[in-house]
Structures are given as C-alpha cells and as structure tokens.
Write a protein that binds this ligand. Structure first.
Ligand SMILES: [Zn+2]
Length: 370
C-alpha cells in the first residue's frame, strides 16, 4: 500500500478510536491528544460524518478561547450479534462499536444436533431482536461462542465433550446472510475482558463456568497455541487419581472448579449459593473454603508457569470479588518467591461475557478496516 494512504488510514482509525473512547470531544482536543494537525483531523471528521459514524452535538463548553463544536461517535451505527451456545442455554448479546452490550438475553435450550434445535435458536433470536427493538439489518455479522475446540477455518467445531456429538458445522456459513465466525467460549469471554480499558496488556484468563476454560493474553493478543487449544486449564490434573472429569480422566481441575459444583448446593442456583454465604451459612462456607483451596492450587500453578496477572471470569468469577483477599492469601502461601499479594482479579465483563466477546471481534475488525 502507498505509504501516504497507509498513514491516512492509520490516522482515521486513531481518530475514530479516540472518539469511541470518550463521551464527546472536539477537533482541537483530538488534534492535541493524537499529535495530528487540525486540518488532518478536520478532513477525517468530514469523512466519518459523511459515513454516519460521527455527529455534531452542539458546542463544547469553553475553558477560555474559542468554543469548538462538540463531536460524538455514533456508537450504534454498526452492531454485531454474539450467540453463546452451551449445553443448556442460548445467550444473545448485541454490541456496538465501542464494545458496549446494548442488549442481551439468556434462554434455556438443551443443545441437540437436530433441525428442531436450529429452529428454536432462530425463533429465540427473532424474539430477542423484536423484544429489544434491534433492526436485523443493522447487524454486521455474528460471532458464535461454543464450549469446544474450533477448527482453524473458524467454521467447524472439532470436538466438544460438553455438547456431546455436536454438528461439525453447528450453523451455516452465512447465518441469515451475515458472516459468521466461531470461537471457543473461554476465548470469547476473554475477548470481552480484553476490550475493558482496565485490563492489563498481558494476563491469564480463567473461566469458571459450568466447565472450566481459559486463555492467555500476551500484549493484547490471545495465544492460539499449536492447535487452538491454549488455556484448557480445566483439564490440568491437580489431584492424581481424584474425581472423574467429564473428559473421562481423573483429578482434573474441572471436577473441582466448575460452577455447577457450587450451584448444586442451592438447587442449581449460583446466586443463591453466594447469598447463602453472605448470610453466614456454615455448610456453604465450608464448601467455598474447599473450592478456594483447589482454585488456589490451580492459580498458584498458573502463576508459576506464566508469571502473569490472573483474571477470573465465568459464572463464578462474577461473584468472587468479596473473596479475593482470602484467595490471594491461599495462593501466597504456595508462592516459593514470597510474593505476598499475587495479582488476582475478577472479570469486568458481566454474565454474558462469552456472547459479547465473540461479537466484539467484529466491531474490532470493522474499526481496523476503516
Ligand atoms: Zn478433563
């Protein structure tokens, strides 16, 4: 590419990203913060306005000198759909270009490799879009998160213990005429985390949902590994000869760390489990204590292997914040370097992180292709 064109594109992307990251700004502010000339910023803003991606929003308040026109990114000018398929639920999320979830919904639906299941998915999607008032034509693409290993073509599901005999191609290549791309569920949830401004550039993501997965992020890039299998932390053996894992082997962390192990103590309701803890229920407190013991063992190993901050997501991650000091102490006890305060955090993205994360991929692609 001609270097002049490349620089113009790079500047355009930088201006739009800056606009997306703040509620409003002005041309002089953009020029100053990005180190660009005002005429360059002016030309880019004209282009973005013509494309319907930026709008004027009255006059900015002045701190002395000339008042400038306030500018805003039209964050909803493009939307992306994310679908998270699990053994018993389908979740939808629609995200805008700033990576914000504008609508989401979770419905119960037992996965089956049948036409009936596909029809149900389509029906739930129609109901979701209608209920939330999302025009389908605004959706650019669909990301699909599944609990399994995804093929390099990003269209095929190579294996999934959880979905049991899934279709190799769970959805058609063009879903309702839109491009589609598959992601591993933990990878998706991790992507949602990556888009949070507060996330470190490199970290280990541990997803504690009804199965345990994870991902490793190095300099804002998720590692794929040789076979797209990076982050299968649920199958690390922590108790040789221990409990049976769903993969068939014994003692894997999943059998000690999956969210349902806590939820089943309170009738399958994880929120109830943590409410019970707040009330000081002795039985549940003992269950959590043991859960944190195993979790600290896994995390201590992850830190030894990778020496990175650990961010805990998934269903359990959403509730663990109050118990982080205790978890850190348990991990610190196992640290051979005497680290007293290991960097362990909980996720920022909420419940529908997997559905949102795989949608954010397309927002990012769109911005990078400006
Ligand atoms: Zn296993």
């Amino acid at each position: 590419m001609n270097s002049g064109i490349a620089i113009r594109r790079k500047n355009k992307i930088a201006v739009f990203r800056q606009l997306l990251s703040v509620p409003e700004t002005t041309k002089p502010e953009l020029a100053a913060s990005l180190g660009l000339s005002q005429p360059t910023v002016g030309m880019i803003i004209d282009e973005l306005m013509q494309a319907g991606m930026v709008r004027e929003n009255g006059m900015a308040s002045s701190i002395g000198g000339r008042r400038a026109v306030s500018l805003q990114a039209v964050r909803d000018c493009r939307l992306t759909l994310g679908i998270d398929i699990t053994a018993n639920h389908i979740s939808f999320a629609v995200v805008n270009l700033a990576g914000f979830v504008v609508a989401n919904q979770r419905r119960r639906a037992a996965y089956a490799s049948t036409a009936d299941y596909h029809r149900l998915l389509e029906q739930y999607l129609d109901e979701f879009l209608a209920e939330k008032g999302i025009p389908e034509e605004k959706l650019m693409a669909a990301g699909v998160s599944v609990p399994g290993i995804i093929g390099p073509d990003r269209r095929t599901l190579i294996r999934s213990h959880i979905l049991r005999n899934p279709d190799a191609r769970p959805l058609p290549d063009e879903f309702r005429g839109k491009p589609i791309r598959f992601f591993n569920d933990a990878e998706s949830a991790c992507m949602a985390e990556c888009y949070s401004d507060e996330s470190p550039d490199s970290f280990v993501f541990l997803m504690l949902s009804n199965s345990v997965g994870g991902a490793t992020v190095i300099n804002q890039k998720i590692l794929n590994g040789l076979h797209n299998r990076n982050g299968e932390f649920g199958h690390i053996c922590i108790v040789p000869g221990g409990r049976r894992c769903y993969c068939g082997q014994q003692g894997h962390y999943d059998a000690y760390g999956a969210a349902w192990l806590l939820a089943e103590k309170t009738g399958g309701n994880l929120a109830e489990f943590f409410k019970g803890l707040e009330r000081g229920d002795a039985g549940l407190t003992a269950v959590l204590e043991e859960y944190l013991d195993y979790l600290s063992l896994l995390i201590a190993n992850l830190i030894l292997g990778l020496d990175l901050p650990v961010i805990i997501g998934g269903y359990v991650g959403n509730y663990l914040e109050p118990y982080l000091p205790k978890l850190r102490r348990k991990v610190a006890k196992q640290d051979i370097f005497g680290e007293q305060d290991p960097d362990i955090r909980t996720c920022r993205a909420g419940e529908e992180a997997a559905a949102a994360g795989c949608a954010m991929y397309f927002s990012e692609q769109f911005i990078e292709s400006l």
